[in-house]
Ligand binder design. Structure first.
Ligand code: ADP
Ligand code: MG
Length: 291
């Protein structure tokens, strides 16, 4: 890629000035994407989605719940999955109907060695109709990874929305990032420092998962949607506008999630209590990463 990511916030380099030596130190991983329609299922298929935070408190968990709620509202069997390293508050915040005592790990090893228990019986539940899987802080056992998790969820016929937390470089997220079928959503709060730190994350993604010969707007970065979440009252779009100015044509899309008083409480989220503008924003986000 001929873009020098390390300078995207700076002035354009002088003509003739050589770009910084940002040479790749590792061979890129080609993300594999199955061709649509291979499954034989009719109509467009909702892609699984991985939401990752550019920093802590980025709105990652909130966004994963909101997206899952909208997929569920459209009638698809949906599960919000805790894919953080040590366990997030995903189910505590999202299971407004039933909090199951069964963790992701207990479900995954439910039938002994390598077979998962029936997913439906293990899920926590939200009144929006979605299921939720929380995880305990223990590592996955017996060489299981989130690829194992993803396969078992697909076998059960559910669309997963993963809350990957942060940082994106966590090893456990690699199998999800390597799967080109999974749409990537990168959340940041509407703050200048978070926008600046995003650069390192995008560079890392490009370095680790970019394929050879990919141009502007292609590859994993071109397939990434940036979500700027407003966690304080007001609708100052300067951070999002700044990103649009500098990242337009490189990332897939840049969307804002409006401040929502219901989300600002930091308590149990009831999807039907979200403001209409918030739900519209989730639907727009979903439409962009639909299939
Ligand atoms: N659109 C929003 N409006 C108001 N508050 C929000 C919004 N999105 C997130 N928040 C609040 O910001 C805080 C951080 O969000 P959270 O989703 O937990 O981030 P993360 O999972 O990245 O740590 C939470 O207390 C949440 O309630
Ligand atoms: Mg979180």
């Amino acid at each position: 890629m001929d873009q020098d990511w390390s300078r995207w916030l700076d002035e354009v380099p002088e003509e003739g000035e050589s770009p910084s030596p940002a040479a790749r130190s590792k061979a890129p991983v080609a993300r594999l994407r199955k061709r649509r329609g291979d499954s034989g299922a009719p109509g467009p298929v909702q892609r699984p989605i991985l939401v990752v935070g550019g920093c802590g408190g980025a709105g990652t968990t909130t966004t994963a719940l909101g997206i899952a709620g909208e997929i569920g509202a459209a009638g698809a069997q949906t599960v919000a999955v805790d894919a953080t390293f040590a366990g997030s508050d995903l189910a505590l915040r999202g299971a407004d109907e039933h909090l199951s005592p069964i963790s992701l790990q207990s479900w995954l090893y439910g039938r002994g060695e390598d077979e998962a228990a029936p997913l439906k019986e293990c899920l926590s539940r939200a009144t929006s109709g979605i299921g939720l899987l929380w995880r305990d802080p223990e590592p996955l056992r017996r060489r299981a990874t989130y690829l194992t998790v993803a396969r078992a969820i697909a076998d059960a016929g559910y669309t997963p929305v993963y809350d990957g937390g942060n940082p994106i470089a966590g090893r456990h997220l690699r199998p999800l990032l390597e799967d080109g079928d999974i749409a990537l959503v990168l959340a940041i709060p509407a703050r200048a420092d978070a926008a600046n730190r995003l650069r390192v994350t995008l560079e890392w993604l490009d370095d680790q998962f970019g394929g050879p010969g990919e141009g502007q707007g292609e590859g994993i970065v071109g397939d990434t949607t940036i979500v700027v979440s407003h966690q304080l009252p007001g609708s100052d779009s300067r951070v999002a506008d700044h990103l649009r100015e500098h990242l337009d044509g490189w990332v897939g899309d840049i969307l804002e999630l409006p401040y929502d008083p219901h989300l600002a409480r930091g308590e149990l989220v009831r999807h039907s209590d979200l403001a209409p503008g918030t739900r519209r924003a989730y639907r727009r986000l979903l439409a962009g990463v639909a299939s």
